[in-house]
Write a protein that binds this ligand. Structure first.
Ligand code: GLU
Length: 418
């Protein structure tokens, strides 16, 4: 599958191969479970505000179709590439299987930089991209959601573009929509709240009290900002945060009310005066109890894994730790990893609730949503921890093997067509 060649895809394959060995998966099954089922690459021509027409590459990868429609986010970022999207789609499959959702994994995106584009340009990219992939998505086919660089507004435009094509409102085609359009209460906060909940479970497991702990959060986007604020409400002092421009460090703790007011004005954490500036690389090396990388892939690598100084590594991002960093961390044995497919699963779990509510046109209270979310995360955490303890495995291997085994079992039970 050379078309997916990319360091992030290599990383996802390396993880898969380790688990396939562990599960003693027959060779004949491996490629079938590992490689994405199908992918679509499109050219997205967009008229920019200047009048010039730019063509952006867009992608959607659906990893497996064995358990239901596919599910996963849409990323708008300059580095989006087919192989990266394919890896993220694989991880979505294992994440959905680990949490028991009736989905295969998917991911998509457009290689563009929404930070340098006007809101009208972003809207035109979103609508034209949706049009280009319209026959590839749908409530029973593949259901997009927000990811890096996209948000509720992006999902509203996708839903509107899709609905216009079909002549009636189709709310179930995307999740992470505004609540007024059929979005779920609690969806926006779900990933970050899930991270904070699982951090609490990890600290309990280690016998460490939350109060008195410190945390560092790389990435102050939808996931990192909610995770940081929720951890702080839970008594953990958050001493550093960052965004794509750089980071902030204050050993006395970050004042989130003031920081959010600053970001609302300046659209960046840079220049906030009530903390010291710190780089995105340095932030990962700060001494803390909880380190939460909530930005992009491949941040903790062979170069810095020996130097990170935390007790719990809470992976709010997808794929933040490379396999060679895993080897170093496992050898060290002093870092409890909450692996990405578990740690950030809160988002897709509430996306699933949103899809169910849309299909039934029957909406739940925020309390119901959160209660059901925490039950699912608790079960997935306990199953992963039990598996890790019983089989003497790192938490990542335990979580991946639970997810991958469920997908392999489904494929085996359905058999091979024709
Ligand atoms: N983009 C999110 C993730 O990586 C959410 C996906 C979804 O809600 O479908 O898990």
């Amino acid at each position: 599958m050379d078309i997916y060649k990319h360091p992030t895809f290599d990383m996802a394959c390396e993880q898969f191969d380790l688990v396939a060995d562990l599960l003693q998966m027959p060779q004949s099954e491996r490629e079938r479970v590992k490689f994405p089922k199908r992918s679509l690459t499109v050219a997205v021509p967009v008229r920019m505000d200047s009048g010039e027409v730019k063509v952006f590459p867009g992608y959607r990868v659906q990893h497996h179709l064995s358990l239901g429609p596919t599910k996963g986010g849409m990323r708008f970022h300059p580095d989006v590439a087919l192989g990266e999207v394919a890896a993220l789609a694989m991880w979505m499959s294992w994440k959905c299987a680990l949490t028991g959702l009736p989905y295969g994994g998917a991911k998509g995106g457009v290689a563009c930089n929404p930070r340098t584009m006007s809101i009208n340009e972003v809207e035109r990219v979103t609508r034209r991209f949706t049009q280009e992939i319209i026959s590839f998505i749908g409530p029973q086919i593949d259901i997009p959601a927000p990811d890096v660089g996209t948000n509720e507004q992006t999902m509203a435009w996708m839903m509107d573009t899709y609905s216009n094509q079909f002549g009636h409102a189709v709310s179930g085609v995307v999740t992470g929509k505004p609540v007024d359009l059929g979005g779920s209460l609690g969806r926006r906060e779900a990933t970050g709240r899930g991270v904070a909940f699982l951090v609490g479970r990890a600290l309990d497991t280690l016998g460490i009290a939350s109060s008195g702990c410190t945390a560092v959060v790389q990435g102050y986007g939808n996931v990192g900002s909610v995770a940081a604020q929720k951890m702080s409400q839970n008594g953990i002092k958050v001493i550093a945060v960052s965004d794509a421009d750089g980071g902030l460090y204050n050993p006395k703790g970050i004042d989130f009310e003031k920081l959010d007011a600053y970001i609302a004005k300046h659209r960046t954490v840079l220049g906030f005066t009530e903390a010291e500036p710190i780089s995105n690389e340095e932030i990962l090396l700060l001494k803390c109890d909880v380190l939460a990388p909530c930005a992009l892939e491949r941040q903790i690598t062979a170069h810095n894994a020996a130097k990170i100084q935390c007790r719990v590594l809470a992976e709010g991002a997808n794929g933040p730790t490379t396999p060679d960093a895993d080897v170093i961390l496992n050898e060290r044995g002093d870092v409890f990893i909450i692996p990405d497919i578990l740690c950030n699963a809160g988002g897709v779990v509430v996306s699933y609730f949103e899809w169910v509510q849309d299909l039934q046109s029957f909406f739940w209270s925020e309390g119901e949503v959160m209660d059901k979310l925490y039950r699912i995360l608790e079960t997935a955490f306990t199953q992963t921890l039990n598996m890790a303890n019983q089989r003497k495995l790192p938490m990542r291997m335990a979580a991946l093997s639970l997810g991958i085994k469920r997908v392999a079992d489904a494929k085996r039970q359905r058999g091979l067509f024709p």
